[in-house]
Design a protein around this ligand. Structure first.
Ligand code: PFF
Length: 446
């Protein structure tokens, strides 16, 4: 049965695919604004610690389940549970993951749509000569136009689902190969520019000098949620990719490489964005608009700014595209596993996510005051609860399954790290990742 699935073309292709899933809005848009709302350095410190203690080990757990099962999440979990003599209900974890990515993709697509709008605006030179206040006002006016938001959301989702429908190897590999390094270089340049602004030293202090009073259970919960979100861990999305992993690759190395890349992208974006924030006297806790307002300001001060801003939004769009494809994959794989054709499965998922996304798109205008839970509107709910609660919860169960349920031989083979590597990984997951996730979730919820 294991021969029926496609494989990634090479080890490099697999790493690129995982980093394509990891690097996206989470690094460049979400990290700065969530850090901004949660005290900066304190948040950063805890988030990096969580990436190391939870993110990387659980990422390995997730991918190895996919690799051992060689199927979509639902089927992989079902087969492996049966094989281990455990309850077949474990497979519902696959469904929970699909529900999580469903919620996430619904707002992810709307925000990625903002990048499309900003790409077009920057190509048209709309930011040329604009002041910070004008750029801010323009963004608010954009959010208040649901028609525009829906148009861009539809476009982005269409782009995503077309690649998904085309199938894994064909659609994804080529795309990932070329574009990530380019984005990285651009961020490096941007951070270099940030170093010349007067906000730079304040930004560095704000990002790297934690004040420990700022650490509250909520900050810790957000930092944990973000660690899962940014690595794309906890929703069985990487599990779906693990199913296509080449036979002879070492998983720990791949996971570590991706995490380092992922954190460094977030740091570069953070340095660039907060330098502008402080140079312009803006509020770091500006919210979801933070990146969309600060970066046009930053670029407008640079020689050739309009051109580079367009290039930046183009690359951001490509980075979010590869993440969105990963968000869609487990849903499609699950439906396919239930016997649907890939094209049919993709169409059903596309339509449902599109409809759900409308609620987010309207959350900035018509539905702004519709706050069904905790005084938050739909966009605020779907952009916080699934990342902060569902992903860690999913990760907790994934880790439990891999480190407590699956037989050692199975895991060892899928991990590709020898016996001592396996034992180290298992001890970390059993005695650090699982209890820590549990405690933070509980603490944050109470
Ligand atoms: N890691 C992606 C980002 O940082 O933009 C978002 C993401 C992808 C989250 C896939 C969860 C997921 F399963």
């Amino acid at each position: 049965m294991s021969e029926t699935l496609e494989r990634w073309g090479s080890k490099r292709a697999f790493i690129l695919a995982i980093s394509g899933a990891a690097v996206g809005l989470g690094n460049i848009w979400r990290f700065p604004y969530v850090a901004g709302e949660n005290g900066g350095a304190a948040f950063l410190l805890i988030y990096v610690a969580f990436v190391l203690l939870l993110g990387i080990p659980v990422m390995m757990a997730e991918i190895l389940i996919g690799r051992a099962g060689r199927r979509g999440p639902l089927q992989a979990l079902g087969t492996l549970a049966a094989e281990a003599g455990a309850s077949k209900h474990w497979r519902w974890l696959g469904l929970f993951g699909a529900f999580t990515v469903f919620c996430i993709l619904s707002f992810y697509s709307v925000v990625s749509g903002w990048s499309i709008e900003f790409l077009v605006a920057s190509i048209n030179g709309q930011f040329n000569g604009a002041t910070a206040a004008e750029i801010g006002a323009g963004f608010d006016a954009f959010l208040a136009s649901p028609g525009l938001l829906i148009f861009n959301h539809s476009l982005f989702l269409f782009m995503t689902m077309t690649v998904v429908a085309a199938g894994v190897a064909k659609g994804l590999e080529r795309l990932n190969n070329l574009l990530m390094p380019l984005l990285y270089v651009l961020l490096l340049l941007l951070a270099g520019y940030a170093a010349t602004t007067e906000g730079f030293s304040t930004a560095l202090m704000w990002l790297f000098l934690p004040s420990f009073e700022a650490i509250t259970p909520t900050v810790v919960l957000h930092a944990m949620g973000h660690a899962f979100f940014t690595l794309a861990v906890g929703a069985c999305a990487l599990m779906a990719y693990g199913a296509y992993m080449p036979e002879e690759q070492s998983l720990p190395k791949a996971a570590f490489a991706v995490a380092v890349l992922d954190i460094s992208v977030a740091l570069l974006a953070g340095i660039a964005i907060f330098s502008v924030v402080f140079a312009q006297g803006m509020d770091p806790a500006e919210g979801p608009g933070l990146m969309f307002v600060t970066l046009p300001i930053a670029f407008s001060e640079l020689p050739g700014g309009a051109f580079w801003l367009s290039v930046f939004f183009l690359l951001l769009l490509l980075a979010t595209w590869t993440s969105a494809i990963n968000l869609a994959e487990p849903m499609v794989a699950t439906l396919q596993g239930l016997g649907l054709r890939r094209s049919m499965a993709t169409a059903i998922i596309a339509l449902s996510v599109w409809l759900m996304g409308l609620l987010s798109a309207f959350s900035f205008s018509t539905l702004a005051e519709f706050q069904p839970l905790f005084g938050r509107n739909i966009f605020e709910l779907v952009s916080s609860i699934p990342p902060d609660i569902f992903l860690p919860l999913g990760g907790l169960m994934i880790a439990t399954f891999a480190a407590w349920i699956m037989p050692q031989k199975r895991v060892m083979k899928a991990l590709g790290a020898g016996e001592s590597g396996y034992l180290l990984w298992r001890n970390i997951v059993r005695w650090v990742s699982i209890p820590l996730t549990f405690i933070v979730l509980l603490g944050g919820l109470l």
